[in-house]
Design a protein around this ligand. Structure first.
Ligand SMILES: C[S@@+](CC[C@H](N)C(=O)[O-])C[C@H]1O[C@@H](n2cnc3c(N)ncnc32)[C@H](O)[C@@H]1O
Length: 194
């Protein structure tokens, strides 16, 4: 079945984030993957922005940048992307034009070193910069994992940041499956008012 006709299976927040990306990202957009990891989200974003778009991808682990770069090359999407081996705290140094979407998938690299995780201090700095970079109507999507070591602290910081945003300037949403453990991952969406 072609991808456009297949039914999305909403097992967890990542497929929900992907469903929303299909709605918010258009041909020619500028996009950011703030946590490339194994590159699955990066490849989807790079597809959605089309040949005229551009994507900036960030990760602090060489292993993640290498794997993401390989996946992009395999999908023939490398030309429309810039990968940066640096913290997303430095996003505003590297991206200076308005972006349509910034994607965060927090926590540790699946299959990698589980002690290397995203941290609330740097995550919130990157989120603040991301909102400044957003085009009107653009969105920041954040998958939050409260269940791992350090996850609850990050959840607390990110939730507080999102709840404190001016509702005239930003629409902040929290979306999570209810028939799961209370520390299951969930999705946060912040849209800049058009
Ligand atoms: C859950 S994984 C991302 C999964 C990825 N989006 C995918 O599709 O495979 C989280 C990633 O965040 C990265 N990370 C941790 N701290 C970071 C930081 N300050 N800046 C950028 N990336 C960071 C980790 O190295 C890890 O690869």
């Amino acid at each position: 079945m072609p991808e456009s006709l297949s039914i999305p299976v909403l097992r967890g927040p990542v497929p929900l984030a992907h469903l929303l990306l299909h709605n918010f990202v258009r041909d020619g957009d500028l996009a950011i993957d703030a946590t490339c990891g194994n590159g699955h989200d990066t490849v989807l974003l790079a597809r959605l922005i089309g040949a005229d778009g551009h994507l900036f991808g960030f990760d602090i682990q060489p292993q993640a940048i290498i794997e993401t770069s390989r996946r992009l090359a395999d999908a023939d999407l490398a030309k429309r992307t810039t990968l940066l081996l640096t913290s997303h705290e430095r996003v505003a140094e590297h991206v200076t034009r308005p972006v349509q979407v910034v994607l965060f998938n927090l926590g540790y690299l699946p299959g990698g070193d589980r002690s290397i995780i995203t941290h609330p201090e740097s995550t919130v700095v990157a989120l603040v910069q991301s909102l400044q970079l957003l085009a009107p109507g653009g969105v920041v999507l954040v998958t939050i994992y409260p269940g791992h070591y350090g996850g609850a602290e990050e959840q607390f910081s990110v939730d507080n940041w999102a709840a404190g945003l001016d509702p005239r300037a930003f629409f902040s949403w929290r979306m999570g499956q209810t028939n799961v453990r209370t520390d299951a991952p969930y999705l946060l969406l912040v849209q800049k008012a058009p």
